[in-house]
Design a protein around this ligand. Structure first.
Ligand SMILES: *[C@@H]1O[C@H](CO)[C@@H](O)[C@H](O)[C@H]1NC(C)=O
Ligand SMILES: *[C@@H]1O[C@H](CO)[C@@H](O)[C@H](O)[C@H]1NC(C)=O
Ligand SMILES: *[C@@H]1O[C@H](CO)[C@@H](O)[C@H](O)[C@H]1NC(C)=O
Ligand SMILES: *[C@@H]1O[C@H](CO)[C@@H](O)[C@H](O)[C@H]1NC(C)=O
Ligand SMILES: *[C@@H]1O[C@H](CO)[C@@H](O)[C@H](O)[C@H]1NC(C)=O
Ligand SMILES: *[C@@H]1O[C@H](CO)[C@@H](O)[C@H](O)[C@H]1NC(C)=O
Length: 931
């Protein structure tokens, strides 16, 4: 048995050792030290030592002189207050525990809590049946209701309950109804601790609020006794009296549980310091299977339950007061923790005709919101019909993969987005008064005005189809796919009920609907062709195609990758086969290929296309004939001409290109029948340019006769007439079908396509490729001119410096030396002469007159010279350009003769010479006669 004793001593009452009694007192001598108060005691004195510390120290002992050291190392846990003791010359301590803790060092919590419905059973020794049971406890909660305590004595049940936050004492006898005995006035659901004393089962039963957190003083009990734990929960009938903390249901509550599942209301909150007849209830883990307690948690956590993320499937957790929470679940999840999912209903499993029928048992009101998750790969099918006895007033079905809604047989609304992609889609239809709005996920798909619909109890809801399969067929037939979490407003239409109780309309019929959302085995029918491997997906399949095949079912063979064509030909893939394209050369003596339809051509033949090259002014490119119908495409005077006669003469069509095409180059001709309004005309396009168009007529013949037994010839009018084309033909197509040059015997694989033209005279050899005379090898063009083969004729394309038929002529203008007196410089598109001095003109052919711009001045005469000139000065002038005045002449009388000094020179008579001015020199004599 757990039992311990707590000594609680008043701090200010530290009893000293008892003093011997012979003395009168002794207080006169003031024996008490350290603030101790002396009082006489049994003829002696005793010291009441100060409860306040003196200089940080408490004192005890006879004269309050002993420093108390019992608490020097604080021994108390959980905030307990240590109080030192000095007993029998021995230091010790005691702990004064805060509320919620007990034991010598306050290490044992007394707090426990109910985080969900729970209880603790307490076995009460009933010594005296008439004696009341005394229970004190503290509690805290935020809940407005809850049963804190249930006490039963025989068929009398007392319960202490919170009602609207007020603590009430109720009593109940037998199967009767409960009586409110007492209600405390205060509001206690404020999450504070409240301490209550209850006296139950005596003459008077009552409850009393002792104190509230903050105002409670800890009373000093010398000793705390613990309640003995019961070993097991006895049968209700076997016990005459019982006590429960918390709420237990079942027979312990005197039969009330039979009527109300939630009775009594659970208390969610905390308890501490529960004393039953002065014995303390300690929260402990009960032995397994004993049922003496349930759902109790030691301690009182303030942690938000939502911090533990209790809501699954992305449900939103909302805190609900003390340790309470609520999960707001996303559809299709349900339940307290959103752990449960609505069970999906599979319609059309294995293509069965399936449907479900619900009946309405209430009036959903003016606003009707129908919503459900849909998963399907079908583009059509009936989803839901609401009907009363006279009309189907609401229909929802799938059309072209989209939701279609019809209200009252009249107004229809179609969704904008396709939903048959094999994923779940939330579809919501809101009928609000006179407006119907369709949503997919949260997106509005549009709305329509409607006439008010009236939904009444007894109306039926058909899901997935109607009992009558013909009636279902008019809405796309039975639905194939899955529906989950169907609701009308907030009431469910459950195909398979889930365990969480939810409000649901009644399921009347469930025909061939399966649980879950299993997939049909789409591979069971081997949908993959050409050796493709099938993989199942939900209601669908994927083909893993072997190489050389493609398409959803590997139905497209990549024929060309099988190299079916002869080396010279080019393989062209078709959606259902291939063709070998090549060119063919026609010359005098060549065979004429002849063709016929294989009799399986279904398409209408409204076009002819071919490519050719020829320098013949007139030649047959294609000719086809059956009876009086014929088609000819030919060259006439270099123009491309089409002649067509279908039916009578009056329907003859003849058109001719404007441009001439017999230039030996490749040209592509496209003839097509185009219909506008009620008239048609043939259009000729050559090399992409529109060349001719026939008169629009109401009845223009197409080429249908070619798909019968018409004979088709290329390069001539008939086998007998022989070839009249000299040149080449490229691929020829009629109505998009090739006239193959290579017979099937030359192919590595037969052509698989259904519609074909066949070469009749497949043994007549053709010259594949386009071979004219070898006119470009060796290259006849000189000076790196490029040779173009124009079928038996070449054409040189010269570089810019060369010209002429064979590029033999230079285009450099300087080569001919055009500049007579100067240098030639080539320029783009011409030349320029840089003339020598003395010449000008474009070709420097003009001699420049040097005197034209001479510098001769002062009326000098210019004398022309070769590339130069000189000036003849007048008498009084001199210098190169006669720019200087002639200086005076001195007449000197020398010793030997007389002479003159020119240009300002002066006489030096002694030596018969002149002194020249600077710039002049020479000895110019002019002899004078002495006489
Ligand atoms: C207490 O004081 C008394 C009187 O002054 C003295 O006789 C006695 O010895 C003291 N006791 C102690 C333990 O000091
Ligand atoms: C204990 O709590 C759980 C979870 O809330 C509850 O389902 C169960 O009924 C409770 N036990 C008792 C005896 O009330
Ligand atoms: C509860 O009591 C009823 C009669 O009052 C009895 O029939 C039933 O078996 C009891 N249930 C339990 C679980 O003891
Ligand atoms: C009831 O018990 C409490 C705690 O044990 C005690 O303080 C109180 O005096 C008791 N009351 C009666 C009336 O016995
Ligand atoms: C059936 O519904 C239609 C359309 O809401 C309504 O006009 C008709 O009166 C209803 N019939 C019955 C019998 O309720
Ligand atoms: C036919 O000739 C044209 C023009 O030279 C050329 O582009 C084409 O590749 C040739 N076709 C075949 C199958 O050789």
């Amino acid at each position: 048995m757990l039992r311990f004793t707590v000594y609680l001593c008043m701090l200010w009452l530290l009893f000293a050792d008892t003093v011997s009694s012979e003395d009168i007192s002794g207080c006169e001598q003031q024996p008490c030290q350290n603030g101790g108060v002396c009082e006489s005691h049994n003829g002696g004195f005793r010291c009441l030592c100060a409860s306040q510390s003196q200089n940080g120290q408490l004192y005890g002992g006879q004269n309050c002189t002993v420093a108390l050291t019992g608490c020097n190392e604080n021994q108390c846990e959980n905030g307990g207050v240590c109080s030192p003791l000095f007993v029998n010359d021995h230091h010790s301590y005691t702990c004064i525990c805060p509320a919620g803790f007990t034991s010598p060092k306050c290490q044992t919590p007394t707090v426990f809590s109910f985080e969900s419905r729970g209880y603790v059973y307490i076995q009460t020794p009933l010594l005296d049946q008439e004696a009341p049971l005394n229970v004190t406890f503290s509690f805290r909660t935020e809940q407005l209701v809850g049963t804190l305590l249930q006490r039963r004595v025989d068929d009398l049940l007392f319960s202490i309950e919170l009602m609207h936050g007020h603590l009430c004492l109720l009593s109940l006898r037998g199967q009767g109804s409960s009586t409110l005995v007492q209600e405390l006035p205060g509001y206690l659901s404020d999450s504070k601790w409240h301490t209550v004393e209850a006296s139950l089962g005596g003459v008077v039963s009552l409850i009393r609020l002792l104190c509230t957190e903050g105002s409670c003083t800890r009373e000093s009990n010398a000793e705390v006794q613990l309640l003995e734990q019961a070993s097991s929960l006895p049968e209700p009938e076997a016990v005459r009296h019982s006590l429960f903390i918390g709420a237990i249901s079942g027979n312990w509550t005197l039969g009330r549980a039979v009527e109300e599942a939630d009775y009594p209301p659970a208390f969610l909150g905390c308890f501490r310091d529960v004393f039953v007849d002065s014995r303390l209830l300690l929260p402990v883990i009960a032995p397994e299977g004993s049922h003496i307690q349930s759902n109790i948690t030691v301690g009182c956590s303030d942690k938000d339950k939502c911090d533990d993320s209790p809501c699954q499937n992305r449900g939103r957790c909302v805190s609900q007061g003390w340790r309470g929470y609520l999960c707001e679940c996303h559809r299709p999840y349900e339940g307290n923790n959103c752990a449960e999912e609505y069970i999906t209903a599979r319609f059309g499993n294995k293509d069965l005709e399936s449907y479900a029928v619900f009946s309405l048992d209430d009036d959903p009101g003016d606003t009707v919101i129908i919503s459900m998750f849909i998963r399907t790969r079908q583009s059509s099918g009936l989803l839901l019909i609401m009907t009363n006895t006279t009309s189907q007033y609401l229909r929802l079905w799938l059309e072209a993969g989209m939701i279609k809604v019809q209200v009252n047989n009249f107004e229809t609304l179609v969704g904008r987005a396709v939903i048959n992609d094999g994923h779940f889609h939330l579809v919501t239809l809101k009928l609000e008064g006179v407006v119907a709005t369709l949503f997919q996920s949260a997106q509005s798909q549009g709305f329509i005005p409607i006439r008010l619909i009236q939904v009444h109890p007894g109306d039926m809801v058909y899901v997935g189809g109607l009992p009558d399969s013909r009636a279902s067929a008019s809405f796309g037939g039975y639905f194939k796919g899955c529906i989950q979490d169907l609701r009308i407003n907030n009431k469910r239409l459950q195909f398979y009920p889930i365990s969480t109780p939810v409000e649901s309309y009644n399921l009347e019929q469930l025909i061939s609907v399966a649980e879950g959302c299993s997939s049909d085995n789409a591979c069971a029918v081997n949908p993959c062709l050409n050796g493709g491997v099938c993989y199942s997906m939900w209601d669908d399949f994927i083909c893993n195609c072997p190489p050389n095949t493609a398409g959803r079912r590997c139905e497209e063979v990549k024929w060309c990758e099988l190299s079916p064509c002869p080396a010279a030909a080019m393989c062209q893939p078709l959606s259902q086969g291939f063709e070998c394209l090549s060119n063919v050369t026609f010359r005098l003596g060549s065979s004429i290929p002849q063709y016929r339809s294989n009799g399986k051509i279904k398409r209408s033949l409204t076009s002819v296309s071919l490519s050719f090259r020829s320098r013949r002014l007139a030649a047959t490119l294609l000719h086809a004939r059956k009876d009086s119908n014929y088609l000819t495409v030919s060259l006439l005077n270099s123009h491309v001409v089409m002649d067509l006669q279908v039916g009578g003469d009056k329907d003859n069509v003849s058109i001719q290109s404007q441009t001439q095409f017999s230039d030996g180059k490749w040209h592509t001709v496209k003839l097509s029948l185009e219909t506008q309004a009620s008239t048609s005309s043939w259009i000729m396009v050559v090399d992409g340019g529109k060349e001719a168009i026939s008169m629009p007529k109401t009845a223009v013949g197409d080429l249908e006769f070619l798909s019968k037994e018409a004979d088709i010839f290329l390069g001539g009018l008939s086998l007998n007439a022989g070839v009249d084309l000299s040149g080449c033909l490229g691929p020829v197509e009629i109505g998009g079908l090739l006239l193959p040059f290579h017979p099937d015997t030359e192919l590595n694989l037969p052509r698989p396509q259904e519609e074909q033209f066949l070469r009749i005279n497949s043994n007549a050899p053709l010259l594949y490729g386009c071979w004219g005379a070898s006119v470009c090898t060796p290259n006849p063009c000189r000076n790196e001119g490029v040779c173009e083969d124009l079928f038996d004729l070449h054409q040189c394309t010269c570089s810019s410096e060369w010209t002429g038929h064979l590029c033999q002529d230079s285009t450099d203008p300087c080569i001919s030396g055009p500049c007579l007196y100067g240098n030639c410089v080539s320029l783009p598109g011409g030349y320029k002469c840089a003339c020598e001095q003395g010449y000008s003109g474009e070709q420097c052919e003009v001699e420049v007159d040097m005197c034209e711009k001479s510098n001769c001045s002062h009326g000098a005469t210019c004398l022309k010279g070769f590339q130069t000139y000189s000036c003849l000065c007048p008498q009084n002038m001199t210098g190169q350009y006669c720019e200087l005045p002639r200086l005076p002449v001195s007449t000197c009388t020398g010793t030997r003769w007389n002479y003159s000094c020119f240009n300002g020179g002066s006489c030096s008579e002694a030596d018969d010479a002149c002194y020249c001015l600077p710039g002049f020199a020479g000895q110019w004599y002019d002899m004078h006669n002495d006489s």
